[in-house]
Design a protein around this ligand. Structure first.
Ligand code: HEC
Length: 203
């Protein structure tokens, strides 16, 4: 073995060892990965831990960026604690954008990032709270299909979700991770907000 190959092998073994000794994630074990049952149901996590894990995923995956209306603070806009994840507010009217050059060359967001204008038209982030106007009537299976396959309302014959919903980033989420996100979203206060339907591109 050439010294360099030997060195690389050592490095690889080192990496393997560190990976194996790393703190095992409470839900993502080989035995639960890809299973539709929530981690809580496998007995590996209490319901509270499962909800807490879902909250963590929602925060690090940036769902608030687009799905939570914002309030302005000294540090800039932050998710409005009274309307977390309730989607684009029904009563917030958008300033019309008519400049063709702008529309052709930019993607635009409102101040809260809950509405976006681009070549796809205007899209509005969905209400993810457990209200009837949000995910209240959804099943976990619908939620999995929406995130992993980009299907509107998680229905097989539904249209594809519009940008900027980054569902393509979510296709490799395990059912277990999605179930944790679901458990958290079902635990937050319901907010009654009928998000407007998307508007097709102008002209
Ligand atoms: C960059 C902005 C953005 C981010 C980040 C984002 N979303 Fe979305 N999401 C949207 C928009 C906009 C829509 C509406 C798309 C449409 O109307 O087709 C949407 C739609 C959805 C839908 C479908 C609702 C329906 O009625 O079919 C679900 C479910 C959803 N988002 C969940 C999430 C979750 C969970 C996260 C975080 C893991 C997340 N989104 C992150 C912008 C975003």
């Amino acid at each position: 073995m050439k010294p360099i190959t030997f060195f690389i092998s050592l490095l690889a073994i080192g990496l393997l060892v560190t990976n194996c000794t790393e703190k095992e994630s409470p839900v993502l074990t080989a035995s639960t990965q890809g299973e539709p049952s929530p981690g809580a149901a496998t007995g590996k996590m209490s319901h509270e831990q499962h909800v807490e894990y879902g909250k963590h995923l929602v925060e690090i995956m940036g769902c608030h960026d687009c799905h939570s209306p914002k309030v302005m603070t000294d540090h800039g806009p932050v998710p409005d604690p009274s309307r977390l994840l309730s989607g684009h507010p029904a009563n917030e009217k958008l300033q019309p954008v008519t400049d063709k050059k702008v529309l052709e060359n930019y993607a635009l967001f409102n101040m809260s990032l809950t509405a976006a204008i681009g070549p796809w038209g205007t899209s509005f982030s969905a209400n993810l709270t457990p209200d009837d106007t949000g995910l209240g009537n959804w099943s976990l299976d619908q939620f999995i299909k929406a995130l992993q396959e980009g299907k509107f309302k998680g229905m097989d014959n539904g249209r594809m979700l519009l940008p900027p919903m980054p569902w393509q980033n979510f296709v490799n989420l395990t059912n277990n991770e999605i179930a944790a996100i679901w458990a958290y979203l079902q635990s937050i206060p319901p907010v009654n907000n009928v998000v407007p339907a998307p508007i097709p591109p102008m002209g």
